[in-house]
Write a protein that binds this ligand. Structure first.
Ligand code: XUL
Ligand code: MN
Length: 345
């Protein structure tokens, strides 16, 4: 498979049981080893991890046991010629973090969150990656008056600084999202993520990740969110997927809702040599209706769409685009793009 110099990843949560808030699982759990085999078979290069994907039940394990299990996971990856892209702390499931982790009003919860995330940093190191993704799931409110938003912003910064200090080799990638599970999240957009990183004790070690669906949920264009981060050399990963309007976070297959929007994401990644900086993560989920034995096609489709769009972007006549921009003939430019998207191979 021609991959145009890109590396691809997904996470174990992208092969899932299909439960939703109104119904139970509809597919059996797939063992982690089988997910790794699928990843390899489909032509992906790396696995993304939540800390407890690598080391289940880590809250109840000693430091030595965490190290042992993480190193065993690293060997499993090595054996398949795969790597870990990043590790993310799962800070949204523990009963203590019901109302936030780093921004909880209770100092005992904030202390737990920091200790847990230091363990995540250890696991990342054992897995051979310097990248930690922070999706700040419960850092926000259901009720506006429930927390002090100024204080919360400083608490997020303190947590980031503490982690940068804890591991001098660690790089942190902030993944913004405007809502879900909270009604209103404190870091909803790329602008928020970058501002926070720039204020940290070592801005060179804080970057960002754009997830297409999260940008759409914020009412923004994912390609522009990516471009804003690219302009400052801060786009270190992406979670490509798709989203049909302002609903729950759908994690639809890349390009399946809006192919033009997908094209523009690939275009800005191509034009800014993203492949030299980061991997292409596909944070997609199979439709709930998909039968178990067919529930990896969303990953296959997303990868195919990305690669087909790279070919489309590379086929475009750049000189012609410049001419049309100068002539302000955007209708012809529109046709140039539509024609390229509708051409058969
Ligand atoms: C949640 C989401 C997460 C992060 C990793 O919407 O996208 O899976 O990507 O914690
Ligand atoms: Mn994501």
């Amino acid at each position: 498979m021609e991959k145009y110099g890109y590396k691809f990843s997904f996470g174990p949560w992208n092969i899932h049981e299909g439960a939703d808030p109104f119904g139970p699982p509809v597919r059996p759990t797939v063992a982690f080893g089988d997910k790794l085999a699928t990843l390899k078979e489909l032509g992906f290069d790396a696995m993304q991890f939540h800390d407890d994907d690598a080391v289940p039940d880590l809250d109840n394990l000693s430091a030595a046991e965490i190290k042992r299990q993480a190193e065993a996971m690293k060997r499993m990856l090595d054996d398949l010629g795969l790597v870990a892209e990043f590790v993310a702390p799962r800070l949204w499931e523990h009963p203590m973090t019901i109302d936030g982790a780093f921004t909880a009003n209770d100092p005992a919860v904030r202390a737990y969150a920091l200790e847990r995330t230091k363990k995540t940093a250890d696991i990342a190191r054992y897995l051979g990656t310097d990248l930690m993704v922070l999706w700040l799931a419960r850092e926000g409110t259901y009720l506006r008056e429930a927390k002090d938003a100024v204080r919360a912003t400083h608490q997020l910064l303190e947590a980031i600084d503490a982690l940068l200090e804890y591991d001098p080799a660690l790089r942190i990638i902030i993944e913004p999202k405007p809502n879900e599970p909270m009604d209103l999240a404190y870091i909803p957009t790329m602008g928020h993520a970058l501002a926070l990183g720039m204020q940290s004790r070592d801005p060179s070690r804080v970057g960002a990740l754009v997830e297409s669906a999260h940008a759409v949920l914020a009412g923004l264009d994912p390609a522009d969110e990516m471009s804003f981060a690219l302009a400052f050399g801060k786009l270190w990963s992406v979670h490509l997927n798709d989203q049909n309007g302002l609903k729950f976070d759908q994690d639809r297959s890349f390009g399946s809702v809006d192919l033009r929007r997908a094209f523009n994401q690939v275009r800005v990644l191509e034009e800014n040599n993203f492949r030299e900086v980061g991997m292409v993560g596909l944070d997609v989920k199979a439709l709930r209706t998909q039968p178990a034995e067919l529930a990896t096609k969303h990953l296959r489709n997303s990868l195919r769409v990305f690669l087909r769009l790279v070919a489309v972007v590379r086929s475009l006549d750049k000189t012609r685009i410049d001419e049309l921009r100068q002539a302000r003939d955007y209708e012809e430019l529109d046709w140039l793009v539509l024609d390229a998207l509708m051409k058969n191979e």
